[in-house]
Write a protein that binds this ligand. Structure first.
Ligand SMILES: CC/C=C\C/C=C\C/C=C\C/C=C\CCC(=O)SCCNC(=O)CCNC(=O)[C@H](O)C(C)(C)COP(=O)(O)OP(=O)(O)OC[C@H]1O[C@@H](n2cnc3c(N)ncnc32)[C@H](O)[C@@H]1OP(=O)(O)O
Ligand SMILES: Cc1cc2nc3c(=O)[nH]c(=O)nc-3n(C[C@H](O)[C@H](O)[C@H](O)COP(=O)(O)OP(=O)(O)OC[C@H]3O[C@@H](n4cnc5c(N)ncnc54)[C@H](O)[C@@H]3O)c2cc1C
Length: 667
């Protein structure tokens, strides 16, 4: 989408492209229909002044939040007035580009009711939620516990005399703390609490608790609720009202417990269904799978800014060429930037696959087939962890790649980082999630002689072969073979998992020993996830990629795989599967890939199709007119509202006019 002012400082770059840009845009959008919807919604948002992002980083919290409420309300009105479909509405909210209460309402409250509510409960709550007659949040985390869900303290005690649950926060640490949308916007909370019937604790279950009046939005009696305070960075996640919530013996009807997985009867009997209790974590699995595509989008925004700016920015020169060099010409710049570009493409491909994996598991669950649940949990948890960590670090790297100007909010990068970095923590702390993957790998290995592993763990079925055979690469171009690459990632992951499993098996099985080995367990989980990412990127390429873009995608795929191999060379070498020389050969191949990316770099980021409005960056503008806009932008700075700064009379003038020698001055 070109929306520059006609001057194209990057025209020369664009003329070098060697692939079908339009086909790439459609591929990255996920298909022609998705592309058309994206384009339409991006323009709708960009052309509506209510959605303007101008000045967001300068607003005080109250104004920022009020403005965010205004945008969310306007988005909803636009959706209704234009009769937008659910997919269009989702896209529109995506382009509004501000974390807000509707993310949790649509992204977690509704999915949790769908996954855990009975049909009757869905009929009661979903119509209200779909028309936003109620606003819901997902209130799981407490002051004292987030990762350890089984450790939550809020109680829901059944009172058979009134057919109600009594919701209570018995300690300070039981205060619900963090839920997005809870602080100021929600009327209802999906509360995770310990279910108690007849003095027996049945563990964590989900309850719908009304928290604010539908008449005047005041908190209901005995409910204490508010916002937890300002968060990291300007703008960023501060548009969200992450909240606290306490109950003082608040009564809710028995039917407000979501009862698909377990029921409490009128006379107080607790009945579990035969479905796994982990289905209660379904909303988290749903969001984790979506986070992979989201990571690609965030990373692609940072990379678009850094690539375009690196093509505009010139520093130094050399005796072989006239003038100064574009910084994108420097190998070091390429070696930091191009792997991130390739990673954004990799996550897009893997994100598409995650969607199909999730659709498959949902279909199975409907047929009461729970067999793939552990693998899907490991996959969603692991890929959420890796992709968010890499993306957060990648955004920060892009900021550094833009030198000093990257540090200005006008670059768009500080705010992008502030909005994104909590993704490493929310929806599961990234280390906790990798430990879940490690547990899955250990379990899979312990059963490998009896149960053939399937799906993303299938390679562990070849553990013997992968543990004995070594890499056969003898020349650089031997690496240009996806089977060779895949085997390297499989062997490294299988060997790392087997090594730590063996060490644990030789021990006493104590928790202390397990703890001692957690760093290696996390490394082995990371290796497994990197294998999934590389293998699924390859697999996606091999299934019907249009001719006009296949070559470029192959280059990006090799770039991604080689950079992963080199960044983790220590692990690959330690497992003994590859030699130092083979790593050196891969490094040479990676440089050849950089040469192939270089003429296409700007077009490859254009293919992400981010509008200038969505990017919000003077450095990443489509037209490359960076300096004019940085300069113009300085005049919007509030300190420049007056020529002589407010504070001069009180604080600057006395300093300038005292004309006294400072006592310590040596002059
Ligand atoms: C579609 C959306 C698109 C994009 C998204 C974009 C933006 C996001 C929008 C909003 C996001 C904003 C905010 C985020 C909101 C939140 O943060 S909500 C709170 C999230 N909280 C967490 O993630 C907590 C993390 N903790 C846990 O998940 C669990 O407590 C645990 C897994 C760490 C441990 O659970 P336990 O019950 O104690 O389990 P265990 O005893 O360790 O394990 C028991 C067995 O269960 C398996 N298991 C665990 N989780 C799952 C699961 N989700 N599904 C299936 N199976 C699971 C576990 O592996 C064990 O298996 P065994 O075979 O070993 O018995
Ligand atoms: C912006 C934001 C939005 C959020 N939105 C919501 C929401 O809408 N609803 C909701 O319910 N929650 C929400 N949360 C809470 C979030 O899900 C939790 O913060 C997250 O799950 C991490 O839990 P914790 O804070 O308890 O971290 P902790 O578990 O206390 O982690 C602290 C450190 O301890 C380490 N650690 C903990 N246990 C172990 C272990 N067993 N082994 C090794 N290391 C360990 C962790 O790796 C981490 O380094 C949100 C959080 C943020 C930041």
């Amino acid at each position: 989408m070109q929306d520059g002012n006609g001057l194209d400082h990057l025209a020369g770059e664009r003329a070098m492209a060697q692939f079908d840009l339009q086909a790439m845009k459609v591929y990255l959008a996920g298909g022609q229909r998705e592309y058309e919807i994206s384009t339409k919604m991006a323009q709708l948002v960009a052309n509506d002044p209510v959605f303007s992002k101008e000045d967001r980083v300068r607003l005080a919290r109250k104004d920022l939040y009020k403005n965010s409420l205004r945008k969310a309300g306007h988005a909803w009105k636009t959706i209704l007035e234009k009769g937008l479909s659910e997919v269009e509405g989702l896209k529109l909210r995506h382009f509004v580009d501000e974390p807000t209460y509707t993310d949790l309402h649509w992204g977690m409250f509704i999915p949790a009711i769908k996954g855990q509510g009975t049909e009757e409960q869905q009929h009661k709550w979903l119509p209200l939620a779909y028309k936003m007659a109620i606003i819901g949040c997902y209130a799981q985390t407490e002051l004292g516990h987030g990762s350890n869900v089984q450790g939550l303290e809020t109680t829901a005690t059944f009172d058979p005399t009134t057919d109600e649950f009594i919701m209570h926060s018995p300690t300070v640490t039981s205060t619900k703390w963090w839920p997005g949308g809870l602080g100021k916007a929600s009327t209802h909370a999906l509360v995770y609490a310990r279910l108690i019937t007849d003095k027996k604790d049945h563990g964590i279950h989900a309850f719908i608790a009304p928290i604010r009046s539908l008449e005047d939005h005041t908190p209901l009696p005995n409910v204490t609720v508010g916002d937890i305070g300002v968060k990291f960075g300007n703008g960023g996640y501060n548009t969200m009202d992450n909240g606290f919530l306490r109950f003082d013996h608040v009564r809710i009807p028995r039917e407000n417990m979501l009862m698909r997985l377990a029921t409490v009867t009128k006379d107080g009997k607790y009945v579990r269904s035969n479905k796994p209790r982990q289905l209660g974590y379904g909303a988290m699995v749903f969001v984790r799978q979506g986070i992979v595509i989201d990571a690609s989008i965030y990373l692609s925004r940072a990379v678009t800014i850094a690539v375009r700016y690196s093509a505009v920015r010139r520093q130094f020169g050399n005796k072989d060429e006239p003038g100064e060099l574009q910084v994108i010409q420097y190998r070091t710049q390429q070696s930091r930037l191009f792997p991130l570009l390739a990673t954004a493409y990799a996550y897009r491909a893997v994100g598409f696959w995650m969607k199909s994996l999730y659709a498959d598991v949902m279909k199975r669950l409907n047929d009461n087939d729970f067999s793939t649940l552990p693998e899907v949990h490991a996959c969603t948890a692991g890929l959420k962890s890796i992709t968010t960590s890499v993306t957060a670090d990648g955004i920060e790297e892009c900021r550094k790649l833009c030198g000093g100007h990257g540090f200005l909010c006008a670059s768009g990068l500080p705010e992008l980082y502030a909005a994104y970095v909590p993704a490493c923590t929310y929806e599961g702390d990234n280390t906790i999630l990798l430990l879940q993957v490690a547990r899955f790998l250990l379990k899979t290995l312990s059963q490998v002689s009896k149960v053939r592993p399937v799906g993303t763990a299938a390679y562990l079925g070849n553990i013997k072969q992968l543990s004995t055979q070594n890499c056969k690469v003898s020349q650089g171009h031997d690496w240009l073979n996806t089977s060779v690459l895949l085997e390297a990632f499989e062997a490294r992951s299988a060997r790392q998992a087997a090594a730590v499993a063996l060490r644990l098996a030789k021990g006493s099985g104590s928790e202390a020993e397990f703890q001692e080995n957690t760093p290696e367990l996390v490394e082995s989980a990371r290796a497994h996830c990197q294998l999934i990412l590389v293998s699924k990127f390859i697999e996606q390429l091999q299934t019907g990629t249009p001719e006009g873009i296949r070559k470029q995608l192959e280059v990006l795929c090799y770039t991604y795989a080689f950079s992963q191999l080199i960044d983790n060379a220590g692990d690959f070498l330690a497992t003994g599967y590859v030699t130092g020389n083979q790593i050196a050969l891969a490094k040479e191949e990676l440089k050849h890939m950089f040469d192939k990316i270089r003429p296409n770099a700007v077009a490859l980021v254009d293919a992400f199709d981010h509008t200038d409005d969505y990017l919000g960056s003077a450095l990443g503008r489509y037209d490359g007119d960076v300096y004019t806009h940085l300069y113009k932008g300085a005049f919007k700075e509030s300190l420049n509202d007056t020529v002589v700064v407010d504070g001069y009379e009180e604080y600057l003038k006395p300093v300038l006019t005292q004309n006294l020698w400072a006592p310590h001055s040596k002059l």
